[in-house]
Design a protein around this ligand. Structure first.
Ligand SMILES: [Zn+2]
Length: 530
């Protein structure tokens, strides 16, 4: 089997370009550093700039968020007035590589995040594993062909990365998590090596989930609950880098196996930084704004409300442990029950927050779209959005006066090039990029004060959260060593993989092939279906 024209993509999901660059420069990530010398490296933009949950579906469908419609693993359904888990029937999402069989190109795909398993009506030539060791999963683990699942789980275990626990944890639990993440990388690598040697492949995609989970949970000490010994703290401070090291080693092994004729791309579609999410306080802020400040009468009352919120925060760890043992449909039911987004008096609710975890997303209860809508389209809709937008801009940090909101976007004005839009939130809130855990309280001259329920801690236990900035490193026949990539986007990566394999793209897919990866002799002329 010739290696020529093959593409290997290894995603170190949600890794941080600054950590990668530091590790390449100081030699602590030696395999990536060697690739850098021979290849092209640079930043990768993403659709996470407004919608943190969207870079993967945008990449693998070659479309923008309003086109593919995926936002979060529990997503608002105006026809049912509740959040639901996206499904292939409701929100079809077709990864581009599943169509490569039409062109006699064989694919091995392991843990491409936020994918459904292969559906009975999907033709596919290759091996695909979904939702096994990724951080983000929207469906239970599945494997194609069917027999793969049993042999894979028997050999490498059922779920190397388990459900996230969205609260601060003890240092012991976090160190255990780190060990588990390093093991998960080893398992994914071993599985990938085994498939690389036993299966024919032209395109191989591997999504390593460990750094994504590690970035959320091991970013800094604000993830730690309770006290910790100096030794444990020192071990914790090294933990995230150790997960990066495991990924670097994985890359080294897989590149060796891919052979010299392949184009190797190592990338991250988005990044990680200190947690700047104020998401959990947005429902309280919105309630104050919608009541024109009447609920802000006293700080005592505000504290009472937030303490109520705190009571619901504390048992989350227990809830999550219970949840992780239940089937997915029951887990989702419990999430909806515990997070009261769907239990509202709709006849009196003009706007509400939809579920997410970073940017705030606000939906107007709009007549004609929401089943129980009360706000008239047109002037009333606009006026309500204006009121909320102006109100949000009044909130600042209690101590420093720094605004909380970096910028706001109307969902229907994002990506004006899109004509056929699936559902989008009406208003998106992008927070300032300072650590949210620094707040003691937030305040508004109009709407009063809300205490930060866990001073010094992120409310979701995540010390790290997303930035839109990813990165890409590539070596191959068409790549000039030591070059720098500029202005690239995750959508371009989709176009580039097609071009490297000499395949045409289905009409309407977005992004442009990256010339830095294609060299002078490319792109090849597209082939016709076999
Ligand atoms: Zn994440």
């Amino acid at each position: 089997m010739s290696n020529s024209g093959r593409v290997l993509l290894v995603a170190i999901d949600a890794s941080t370009s600054a950590i990668i660059e530091r590790g390449m420069a100081d030699g602590s990530l030696p395999n990536l550093a060697r690739l850098r010398e021979r290849g092209v490296y640079g930043p990768l933009g993403s659709t996470a700039e407004w919608l943190a949950g969207t870079p993967w579906p945008s990449f693998y469908t070659g479309s923008l968020p309003p086109e593919h419609g995926f936002l979060f693993h529990l997503q608002w359904r105006p026809d049912l007035m509740r959040h639901d888990r996206p499904s292939p029937q409701w929100l079809p999402l077709h990864p581009f590589y599943r169509g490569f069989g039409h062109y006699r190109r064989r694919v091995v795909a392991i843990d491409v995040p936020i994918t459904y398993g292969i559906q009975p009506d999907e033709a596919f030539d290759g091996v695909e594993i979904t939702g096994w060791s990724s951080h983000d999963k929207i469906a239970p683990t599945s494997a194609f062909p069917a027999g793969t699942f049993r042999s894979m789980t028997r050999r490498y275990g059922r779920q190397p990365i388990i459900l996230d626990i969205p609260v601060a944890q003890s240092v012991g639990a976090l160190l255990k998590l780190k060990d588990g993440l390093i093991r998960s990388v080893a398992k994914q690598t071993a599985l990938c090596e085994s498939l690389m040697t036993t299966e024919a492949w032209d395109c191989l995609l591997l999504g390593i989930g460990a750094v994504h989970r590690g970035g959320h949970k091991l970013w800094d000490r604000t993830s730690i609950l309770g006290s910790a010994s100096p030794n444990d703290l020192a071990a914790y401070d090294r933990a995230l880098h150790e997960v990066y090291l495991a990924c670097d080693e994985a890359v080294g092994r897989l590149v060796k196996l891919a052979g010299t004729g392949s184009t190797v791309i190592v990338a991250s579609l988005h990044g990680m930084q200190e947690n700047h999410s104020r998401f959990d306080l947005l429902p309280l802020m919105l309630e104050r704004i919608l009541s024109d400040g009447r609920t802000a009468a006293s700080r005592t009352r505000a504290q009472h409300r937030v303490l109520g919120g705190l009571r619901t925060l504390v048992p989350i760890q227990l809830r999550t442990e219970i949840k992780s043992r239940l089937p997915e449909s029951i887990q989702d039911g419990l999430s909806r029950f515990w997070r009261p987004h769907d239990r509202k008096d709709w006849a009196r609710t003009s706007a509400f927050c939809v579920m997410g975890d970073l940017q705030g997303m606000i939906q107007i209860n709009l007549k004609g779209r929401e089943r129980n809508g009360i706000v008239e389209p047109g002037a009333e809709y606009q006026q309500r959005l204006d009121q909320i937008a102006q109100g949000l801009m009044t909130w600042v940090d209690y101590d420093t006066g720094e605004p909380l909101v970096r910028r706001l976007a109307r969902g229907n004005e994002l990506y004006p090039e899109v004509t056929d839009r699936k559902i989008q939130p009406d208003l998106i809130v992008d927070w300032v990029r300072t650590p949210a855990a620094r707040h003691r309280a937030i305040t508004s001259t109009t709407y009063g004060t809300i205490d930060w329920p866990l001073p010094g801690k992120p409310l979701d236990g995540r010390s790290g959260h997303h930035t839109e900035l990813g990165w890409l490193l590539a070596v191959g026949e068409g790549v000039r060593p030591g070059t720098t990539l500029q202005g690239a986007h995750g959508l371009d990566l989709n176009a580039t993989i097609h071009a490297l394999l000499g395949l045409p793209r289905p009409g309407g897919m977005r992004g442009e092939p990256l010339p830095e990866l294609l060299g002078t002799s490319r792109p090849k002329s597209p082939q016709q279906p076999a």
